[in-house]
Design a protein around this ligand. Structure first.
Ligand code: 1CP
Length: 339
């Protein structure tokens, strides 16, 4: 088993493994070159392109894991969402889900029909990597997927999402049921295609308070993780940002590991979780675009904190930003490896 997978399972290796969220992306000139000729969706939906883009950062840097190139929103297309990535605007869904009738219309095709392109891309990447580097599969969590489906664009202040939650709870719960099935089937299919670990992204969770989390989100999120674990034997990472106030509740999730953003220290996150779990993080991605001396000092401090918790996977607190110099990524990965 790999250092990355072992560490997620709570076993401390000779050094922490390192990978970076959005390690494939616009900060790499070879990504931009392909992106000039293809839309975001073409890249995700063409297995050879998705495979190539997944491998790009792994060719450059000695990363300890890859992550399949896809997006949390692409599985929504097969459910019936008219998803587009618009230049400068980000994702747009022009038929948002606002009513019980809209939820009833959402389809649930099996992953082999819904996202064959991502499953085929995983098979290609796994063949290329030949057991050298584990590949991470991922899904958005039901809550964050709901935010995009309901708002129809980057969620902003979640006005419509929260209005549905508290004003039309029956519709909210019906939507969550469908999204739990989507997430569980999609995650399991990615493992069957060759992924060795899974990450669940709940990027917008930090906008909720503890009571609404408990009532409208937790039952579904905890089912996604425990149902996946009952079906496939790979470690699961749960990632959200701005959720320090929710850590005591998140601790009850059956995840092996938790992503931690830069707003809280690893030490504090461990205390708030109050149980043995691997923590993944947590350099501020904005800093990675700055001077090396500062990056180095911050990374060493994070590594020192990581040495005091049950197990640590080095990562950023959120995704690599497009203006990050690839040179900084190179030096950061080398620094972690030199531990
Ligand atoms: O223009 C481009 O080239 C597209 C930029 C881009 C990329 C590289 C988008 C649009 N998605 C992706 C790939 C992606 N998205 C990966 C690939 C694997 C990797 O290397 O890490 C992953 C894991 C995601 C996950 C994702 N997409 C999340 C969860 C993580 C996070 O950042 O919080 C979210 C919220 C999205 C939605 C999304 N997709 C793309 C954009 C610009 C956005 C966010 C828009 C918003 O603010 O709502």
């Amino acid at each position: 088993m790999s250092l990355f997978v072992e560490t997620l399972r709570g076993k401390r290796g000779p050094r922490p493994p390192v990978w970076l969220m959005r390690q494939a992306g616009r900060y790499l000139p070879e990504y931009r070159a392909l992106r000039e000729k293809n839309s975001m969706l073409q890249m995700v939906m063409t297995p050879e392109l998705a495979c190539e883009v997944t491998l790009q950062p792994l060719r450059r840097f000695p990363l300890d894991a890859g992550i399949i190139f896809a997006d949390i929103l692409t599985p929504l297309i097969g459910m019936g969402a008219n998803l587009e990535f618009k230049k400068g605007e980000g994702p747009v869904i022009d038929n948002p889900v606002r009513s019980a009738a809209d939820v009833a219309k959402l389809r649930l095709p099996p992953p082999s029909e819904n996202t064959p392109y991502t499953l085929n891309a995983i098979r290609l990447v796994v063949k290329e990597l030949a057991e050298k580097t584990p590949l991470i599969g991922f899904s958005g969590a039901p809550f964050t997927l709901s935010c995009y489906l309901i708002e129809g664009q980057s969620p902003g202040d979640l006005q419509r999402t929260k209005a549905m939650m508290v004003g039309d709870a029956a519709t909210w719960h019906a939507l969550q049921e469908k999204l739990v099935t989507l997430c569980v089937e999609y995650l399991v299919a990615q493992v069957e295609a060759g992924c060795k670990a899974l990450q669940v992204f709940d990027s917008w969770l930090g906008y909720l308070g503890p009571r609404e989390y408990a009532q409208f989100v937790e039952p579904y999120l905890s089912r996604v993780i425990s149902e996946v674990r009952a079906r496939v034997d790979v470690p699961v990472v749960f990632f959200a940002t701005g959720v320090a106030g929710l850590f005591p509740q998140l601790s009850k999730l059956d995840a092996h590991a938790f992503g931690v953003d830069w707003r809280i220290s690893l030490t504090q996150a461990h205390k708030l979780l109050g149980r043995n779990a691997t923590l993944q993080g947590n350099l501020d991605p904005q800093l990675l675009a700055g001077p090396w001396e500062y990056i180095e000092r911050s990374a060493r401090e994070i590594l020192a904190e990581g040495a005091e918790i049950p197990a640590h996977v080095f990562n950023l607190g959120h995704g690599v930003l497009p203006h990050t110099p690839p040179e900084n990524v190179q030096r950061l990965v080398e620094l972690v490896h030199s531990r």
